[in-house]
Design a protein around this ligand. Structure first.
Ligand code: BMA
Length: 336
């Protein structure tokens, strides 16, 4: 049995695999769990991150406002499915106490690390790059140093130090819609200075992830390696299609890919995934998981319009990955 290494979370959202479903991941029957006009200022809530907090759940939500600009909001939930989103935008202060409000902020990831909650998001820094901030109570938010210079997106922090270093996955990009992109890893002694960059995974070969890839949710520590949900992008004549895949990274050296899904786990298929503000997008940003049962709930943005949940269990998924893995030549050691 493959085990999740971490806490038990008996109150996380869950539904058993539907009768007759042969897929490794299946959608929540009540999808989407949120979308248009959740609050007065939030036009659409989608690519967002959630975490267990004091017996319930907190989230950092990407909401595009009616001026079209994406911003970050706090949300709370008792069951991980019904959420109260705050209408006011997160107000950052830097470490000197000065106010900081990025021109735009999107695609947050959220991780508990050293008993604090860290947020990585795509921020305005004269071009998109990774912002980093921390909170202890989801009321006061401290902005830390930006992680990288532009252009970079899809920053995901590991939930613990590895060999004494903080580790972050990221996806160097361009200033626009980026028709390329691989997943890299960088390490830091202090969350300020980042280096020893390695390329972890490349796009290419299998069509669903042939254009670019990007880390999705915070990696889940398992007995077999770090389980990473990521997005893979295909370029069609009508634009990009964002699907969801998974990889298993070495526990001590997560620059090393052990297994990687040859086929996508999920691709835009449901009406709320294939139609919306940006059609054909499934974009994972967070998971909840229960170490006792191996249950995993994946939170993903759909069509840049709404938020969905999908389920899998770790034993079933890792077995599937081992049987259906497809490593690219460029995932090999010499390129790291
Ligand atoms: C990416 C990001 C995501 C978005 C996706 C599809 O570049 O901007 O926020 O979901 O494009 O539009």
């Amino acid at each position: 049995m493959v085990k999740i290494i971490g806490r038990e979370l008996p109150n996380m959202p869950w539904e058993d695999v539907p009768a007759g479903c042969t897929d490794v991941m299946w959608r929540h029957s009540g999808n989407p769990i949120m979308g248009w006009n959740e609050t007065h200022s939030c036009a659409r809530v989608y690519n967002s991150a959630v975490i267990p907090y004091k017996g319930g759940f907190k989230g950092i939500f990407r909401a595009d406002h009616k001026d079209g600009i994406p911003r970050l909001h706090v949300g709370s939930s008792l069951d991980g499915l019904k959420w109260e989103i705050e209408d006011k935008v997160i107000e950052w202060r830097d470490e000197q106490g000065r106010e900081y409000n990025p021109g735009y902020a999107y695609d947050p990831r959220l991780v508990e690390l050293d008993a604090k909650y860290y947020i990585v998001w795509c921020t305005d820094f004269g071009g998109p790059t990774l912002g980093l901030g921390v909170t202890e109570d989801f009321e006061h938010f401290t902005r830390l140093e930006n992680v990288f210079i532009p252009f970079n997106r899809n920053g995901v922090l590991f939930p613990r130090k590895i060999n004494g270093k903080y580790m972050m996955l990221s996806r160097p990009s361009d200033s626009g819609h980026t028709p390329f992109g691989d997943i890299f890893i960088s390490e830091s002694p202090d969350l300020t200075y980042w280096g020893r960059h390695r390329r972890v995974m490349t796009s290419g070969d299998t069509w669903w992830q042939g254009k670019k890839i990007g880390a999705g949710a915070v990696p889940i520590e398992t007995s077999e390696g770090w389980l990473l949900f990521y997005h893979g992008v295909n370029g069609t004549c009508n634009g990009f299609v964002y699907s969801i895949g998974a990889a298993l990274l070495d526990l001590d050296n997560p620059a090393k890919v052990l297994y990687r899904t040859r086929d996508y786990l999920m691709t835009p298929q449901m009406p709320y995934e294939v139609s919306g503000f940006v059609p054909n997008v499934t974009f994972p940003c967070a998971t909840l998981q229960d170490a006792a049962t191996g249950r995993i709930a994946v939170y993903y943005g759909a069509a840049d319009t709404c938020l969905g949940v999908a389920y899998t269990d770790v034993d079933r998924l890792v077995k599937y990955m081992k049987d259906n893995s497809y490593l690219l030549a460029t995932d090999d050691e010499e390129f790291r």
